[in-house]
Design a protein around this ligand. Sequence first.
Ligand code: 5GP
Length: 186
Amino acid sequence: MSSLGNLTVLTGPSGVGKGTIVKKILESHSEVWLSISATTRKARLGEIDGEHYYFLEKKNFQEIIDSEGFLEWATFSNNFYGTPKKIVKEKIEKGTNVLLEIELEGARQIRKSFPEALQIFLAPPNLPELEKRIRGRGTDAEEAIRDRLEIANKELMAKNEFDAVVINEDIEKAFKEIEGLMGLKI
Ligand code: 5GP
């Protein structure tokens, strides 16, 4: 009998560096599979449909909600984001290590449906540093930046719900810590 794959949830405020950590995990560990989420947010410059996200119209997203096609879904800064259920379940059943990079509400839903999932919260060293990073990224309009910072405050207050909190002061150190938590072979 084949054993099930692990499910890891990586959460943390927008701009904290989740994307960079995820990229490093995927580059070093071909055994890890990242779920591609669906979103109603518009693609940013350079983002590719089916690679970074499945970019959907709200109507299509709603249809997937109605047919219970999401493992979890949430709204974030006036857009919908969701994890496709079928493929993620198939991957876990085949023994693949699955990684979800999602926000707080989604992580809470996964905690209910997959209590065995490892839940990691990536935190910034402090809030001014987070603001610097979000602004430095240059991808969001002022209103979206303010919104994201407000959400960040709320998300940070929930960090103790997680199995582990990793502070992203040094990207290499944070990466190694997460590798260890996920039990990945180095
Ligand atoms: P962004 O717009 O910066 O790509 O993502 C905004 C937030 O949505 C980030 O915190 C990201 O982790 C989260 N997110 C991305 N995909 C999903 C998903 O499928 N479900 C949930 N709940 N959050 C997601």
